[in-house]
Design a protein around this ligand. Structure first.
Ligand code: ZN
Length: 696
């Protein structure tokens, strides 16, 4: 007897640790951050397979439960199922975006159809759906909290939207479409990364560097060196390399060459061409939506968003387009005037835009990125955003060097409030061939409570492609890049301050056209004089940014907004044009794009911010029929920031507390408009947005 007790105690205490870190109950690391250095490529597939197996068993337990379906035994059990799968998928997905390689890409190609099948096996499982439906239809009988009602609603609707109510034949059709779509998205992303890495503008004659500032030249030299082209200068399609070249290079022919490399990404009729993929995805999405009873993909996608219908989105985008186009045309005229004055006998082209607007900006405001860069050293900018979060929410950020990281560029911070652990934040800032373009925020672990109600704190990751340091200088950012950091940091705060129970509605699980509110509102603080004075210090002298530069930044804030708005809206409209199609059809991507842009009268001097063949957001990034969200959310963030401004204190604690309580902490537990009104007391109008952009 005694012996037996000992034996069982022994086996309880000593959990058998697997070599595969995913298969252990807990990670053996501080704050249970994934043990990146122990995770090997060969660990993913077995963990995924085990995760799928576990979830299949959990689902089987729900279905075979002999009791009547309840919230507890069906919805809650379902919401908490698949934890191992989530655990491995969060790591794999994040790393495949931020630090991929051939092996991970190969695994992703193998996984994609398996995961598509696994998801469909669950969402098309009729026994499971009947239980979910029963709870949904009897929802008034259960005493549910607001959050539980939302979980139930989301779960039921997601089953229906994923085809649970279809006939068996239609379910089969849907499975095939889903599998094909998931593979096409993977291919699109791989092609785009290869196309971005594949192009280089190599300069070997110093004269061809005319106009470029010294720091941009040394950045290009460092790039040459890293590519074993010592003594040459290399420019890439990465924004921190390309944009300064377009801004400063006096060589119009080279600007054209580089920019053409950029806007032809995925459209070069080679093995990495994305046109056929774009056409296929579009048509499959139409088929899928029709199968589910919707007129178009946009009707399907928007139903659960704030906007609700494509008509509403088109109408809204049209309003802003009408306000922005005349401003962009005036910007063209001003640039053409300068070209003529300088004796240039040519018409302004898209690759000239950065060059001439920069000249005008220097002339008009005596301001350029090179004047401000020294004050935007990346570490200082991060100090600035931490400062804002501290003033608003009382959060503190402490750098930790004892926490595993997946790449040497990653900086890790512990986030606390009043000494209490809130979460972990990883920040990964510089471009590299293993990272996709753009900037984003994700989580290696989302906030929620475990099934017993114990708080699970988040492990958040922020990834950008910012100007890197050079041999003799730290990373010095443009004001735009500083703003991007604040933006992603806003997403991070949304995850860090999330305070919900159910994994399914926690963190940033809000509609696409609401999720940019927490991020975009943070952009309002970045150039506020009160904030600049704290963080914008000269990287060499430590001198605080002079007030005349602050004034200039303020005055130049509305400069070039016609362009910024129009190039963005063009992409948002292109997205909507593809997704509002109601019948599958032969799509010639170049012709489709041209017709769509001509319809709105996009001026020839501006290209859409993303052309179809490199529009990762909509073909692989979850923003399909959703790229409009950024400007839609700007109605909210411009108005929400006014709530601070109106008090005369941009750090007003009461407003911040309300923003946290009603919006940041709520995750997806409530309807977005309800959350907004709870914060602000009223629905916002479009005016704050137009004023914010200098369009009114
Ligand atoms: Zn964002």
């Amino acid at each position: 007897m005694i012996f037996a007790i000992c034996a069982s105690l022994f086996s309880c205490n000593k959990e058998e640790r697997s070599d595969n870190p995913f298969l252990n109950k807990t990670y053996d690391t501080p704050f249970e951050v994934p043990p990146f250095e122990k995770i090997k490529a060969e660990h993913y597939m077995p963990a995924y397979l085990k995760g799928m197996e576990e979830q299949r068993k959990e689902i089987k337990d729900i279905i075979t439960n002999s009791e009547e379906p309840t919230f507890e035994n069906t919805i809650k059990a379902y919401d908490y199922s698949g934890q191992l799968l989530t655990k491995v998928a969060r790591v794999f997905g994040s790393l495949n975006s931020a630090n991929t390689n051939d092996t991970l890409q190969k695994i992703n190609r193998e996984l994609s159809p398996l995961m598509s099948k696994h998801r469909d096996d669950i969402s098309l499982n009729d026994s499971l759906f009947q239980r979910v439906k029963s709870v949904y239809e009897n929802r008034d009988k259960f005493k549910l909290t607001v959050e539980e009602k939302k979980v139930l609603d989301e779960t039921y609707k997601s089953f229906v939207r994923n085809g649970a109510a279809l006939s068996p034949e239609d379910k089969d059709k849907l499975r095939k479409i889903n599998e094909e779509l998931s593979m096409l998205s993977v291919q699109f992303g791989e092609n785009l990364l290869a196309e971005t890495n594949g192009y280089k503008l190599i300069i070997d004659n110093e004269n061809d560097l005319s106009g470029l500032p010294e720091n941009i030249i040394s950045q290009a030299a460092a790039m040459g060196k890293s590519l074993k082209m010592e003594g040459k200068w290399v420019f890439t399609l990465q924004v921190p390399s390309m944009t300064p070249f377009l801004q400063y290079s006096d060589r119009r022919d080279l600007r054209e060459k580089l920019f053409t490399g950029y806007f032809m990404k995925g459209d070069n009729d080679n093995e990495r061409d994305n046109k056929a993929i774009v056409a296929k995805i579009t048509n499959l999405r139409i088929e899928r939506s029709k199968l589910l009873g919707y007129k178009s993909y946009a009707d399907f996608a928007l139903e659960r968003n704030m906007a609700k219908t494509p008509e509403k989105v088109f109408e809204f985008l049209g309003q802003v387009w009408a306000a922005a186009t005349p401003v962009a045309k005036a910007e063209v005229a001003a640039q053409q005037e300068l070209i003529n004055k300088e004796g240039g006998k040519f018409k302004l082209e898209p690759w000239d835009w950065w060059y001439y607007t920069d000249k005008i900006k220097r002339e008009k405001y005596n301001l350029s990125d090179e004047i401000t860069r020294p004050y935007f050293m990346i570490d200082n900018v991060m100090e600035g955003m931490f400062y804002v979060a501290n003033r608003l929410y009382g959060l503190s950020f402490t750098k930790r060097t004892d926490i595993p990281k997946y790449h040497p560029d990653v900086n890790t911070f512990e986030v606390t409030r009043e000494g209490k652990h809130v979460g972990i934040l990883m920040i990964d800032n510089y471009p590299r061939p293993s990272k996709r373009g753009g900037a984003w925020c994700g989580a290696y672990r989302g906030q929620s409570r475990d099934i017993k109600g114990k708080m699970i704190t988040p492990v958040v990751t922020m990834v950008t492609n910012s100007t890197p340091p050079t041999a003799d200088k730290p990373a010095l950012l443009t004001a735009d890049e500083a703003s991007t950091l604040f933006h992603e940091f806003g997403h991070a705060l949304h995850q860090l301050l999330s305070n919900s129970t159910y994994p399914g509605v926690s963190g940033t699980s809000v509609p696409r056209d609401f999720v940019e509110l927490p991020s975009q509102i943070m952009e309002h603080w970045v150039l506020e004089p009160e904030v600049l004075k704290v963080y914008a210090k000269h990287y060499q002298t430590g001198e605080i940014i002079p007030s005349d530069i602050v004034d200039k930044l303020d005055k130049a804030g509305k400069f070039n907004t016609g362009f910024v708005t129009v190039e963005y809206l063009a992409a948002a409209l292109l997205d909507m044009e593809y997704h509002a199609l109601t019948e599958p059809q032969e799509i010639d991507v170049r012709a489709f794009e041209k017709t769509a842009m001509d319809k709105y009268g996009l001026i020839a001097e501006i290209k859409p911010r993303y052309r179809s063949t490199y529009f990762n957001h909509i073909w692989a990034g979850g923003y399909s029929a959703g790229y409009y969200s950024y400007i839609w959310c700007e109605i909210l963030d411009a108005d929400a920031f006014q709530a601070f401004k109106e008090t005369g204190d941009i750090f007003n604690k009461e407003v911040a507390a309300k923003f946290e309580k009603e919006i940041l902490s709520k995750g997806g537990t409530r309807d977005p408009l309800e959350m907004y009104i709870a914060f602000r007391g009223k629905e916002p109008g479009i005016d704050a947005l137009l004023i914010n952009r200098g369009l009114k």
